[in-house]
Every structure is written in structure tokens, then in C-alpha cells.
Design a binder for this molecule. Structure first.
Ligand code: DGL
Length: 262
């Protein structure tokens, strides 16, 4: 069976999975998350390069993976060149949608909400230089928001005051915010509630799903399978596993498996 591998540090990549599954519902998916090293936004660069390259190539050696999606901005803005060197299949990365934001913004003042690592990356600075040189860019890096998204999928509601505090540097300053972390797309509606209608909130998930579908069609790699049989692998035991399994099950996965190759 031919599978698409979606990889993240946690459950954030599910925002990418949902769009891919909407577009190509019969494609078999393996979702793998490195919760042993979560949160990636707090990891050293060399640790991330070793872990992501090691795990993704081990999964590709073990399973018949036809395409990899690094559903993590923190990893993609760093490891894509290393990974593409290692693998002969397409590797799709998820990086902040700076270019569309610069085009959409009327005030030419945009925001980037990402992990602390992503806002510091040379890759991100280059994106801004290349595509948002005419804009003022306010960047906020928040690990707390990543944790809040993880908790939400385990049944803990997002605290509005805390969310407001994280978003406060953007308020009244920007008219478009880029969600540069896949976790944040899972709470996009809550972020929109706080920032209001005068500020657009955008992410990369739909365009990534289009890219993935395009690749698979071009390469004739579409694999067909019954629904509700996607697989999910973790690198460590999972907090609130029963609750999270319910969530995974509802969106088409079997129960989470610990994978020894991690
Ligand atoms: N979901 C990830 C991203 O898009 C990383 C979150 C984390 O582990 O810090 O950046």
C-alpha cells in the first residue's frame, strides 16, 4: 500500500491532514508525531535536523511512502534541504504564508504568529526580505499557544484571556496575521474571534493540500483505500491518550501506536 507521510512534533499537522483528506479522501495517510521532543520550537537546530531526518527516513525505509509532508513550520524552515538530500521522493514543507499576507494587506502591516524558533530562523527573515519588503512585520513567537492547541484537542478549552495576551502585540497594529505554526490553525476560529473582522488570519494548509494532490496526480501515485484506516505513530507515550485517540478516530485514524524505530 502506498502512503503519504505527514510529520509534526505533535497534533498541529492534523490541520494539514484535514485539508489533504478533504481533497483526496481515499489516499492512505500515515501521521507520525515526535512527541518525545515536543515542543520543537524550543529545540536546538542540530537536534531537530538529526531527529527529523532520522525519523522520516526510517519511516520511509519501513513503509511504502510516496510523498512526505513536513507539517511543521519549525522543522520545515530548517531541515528541508537535508531531508531532500536524503530522500528520492517529493518532500513538501510547510512554511509561513508571508507572500500572500503581503499581497492581501492594505495597511502593509502584517503579523507573523509562530514558534520562538520559527521567528528567529534565517529562512523566515529571508521570506520577509523577499516577499514582504514593502511591509512592516510584527513577529510573535509563542510556545504557550502550541501547548494550548495540544490541550484543546484533549478537551481543555482555550483560555480567552491568555489568548488575548499572546495576540496583544498585533492588536490595532496589523490587518493580516500569518499563522506560521500548524498547531495554530487548529484554534484559528478562536484567534479570529479575538482579533476581529478588520484583521485577516491566514495559513498555508489549503495550498499545501493542493500541492500534495498535484504531486500525486502528476506522479500517478494516488492509492485507494477504505475510509477510517489511516495510521498514527508517536515517538513517546501520549498524554491523555484515550481522549486523543477518540479525536484521531473521529477523523479517520486507527489508535495511536508507539513506533519502536523512533
Ligand atoms: N507544529 C509546529 C510548527 O508548525 C511546531 C510546534 C512545536 O512543536 O513547537 O511549527
Amino acid at each position: 500500500m502506498k502512503s503519504v507521510l505527514i510529520f509534526d512534533s505533535g497534533i498541529g499537522g492534523l490541520s494539514i491532514y484535514l485539508e489533504i483528506n478533504k481533497l483526496i479522501p481515499n489516499q492512505h495517510i500515515i501521521y507520525a508525531f515526535d512527541n518525545a521532543a515536543f515542543p520543537y520550537g524550543e529545540q536546538e537546530d542540530d537536534v531537530l535536523v538529526t531527529r527529523v531526518c532520522g525519523m522520516v527516513s526510517a519511516l520511509c525505509a519501513e513503509y511504502n511512502i510516496v510523498l512526505v509532508v513536513i507539517a511543521c513550520n519549525t522543522a520545515s524552515t530548517l531541515v528541508l534541504p537535508y531531508l531532500r538530500e536524503l530522500l528520492s521522493i517529493p518532500v513538501v514543507g510547510v512554511v509561513p504564508a508571508i507572500k500572500p499576507a503581503a499581497e492581501i494587506s492594505q495597511s502593509k502591516k502584517i503579523g507573523l504568529l509562530a514558534t520562538p524558533a520559527t521567528v528567529k530562523r534565517a529562512y523566515t527573515r529571508q521570506l520577509v526580505q523577499d516577499f514582504a519588503f514593502s511591509c512592516e512585520v510584527t513577529m510573535v513567537g509563542s510556545t504557550r499557544l502550541v501547548q494550548m492547541s495540544e490541550s484543546m484537542l484533549r478537551g481543555i478549552a482555550v483560555d480567552k484571556d491568555e489568548l488575548q495576551a499572546v495576540l496583544s502585540p498585533f492588536m490595532g497594529e496589523v490587518d493580516c496575521i500569518v499563522l506560521g505554526c500548524t498547531h495554530f490553525t487548529l484554534i484559528k476560529d478562536k484567534i479570529e474571534d479575538v482579533v476581529g473582522e478588520s484583521c485577516q488570519v491566514i495559513d498555508s494548509s489549503k495550498s499545501i493540500a493542493n500541492r500534495v494532490a498535484g504531486f500525486l496526480i502528476k506522479e500517478g501515485q494516488k492509492a485507494f483505500l477504505n475510509k477510517h484506516q489511516h495510521w498514527v505513530f508517536s515517538s513517546a507515550s501520549v498524554n491523555e491518550e484515550a481522549v486523543l485517540n477518540q479525536e484521531f478516530c473521529q477523523i479517520g485514524f486507527l489508535s495511536i501506536q508507539r513506533v519502536p524505530i523512533f
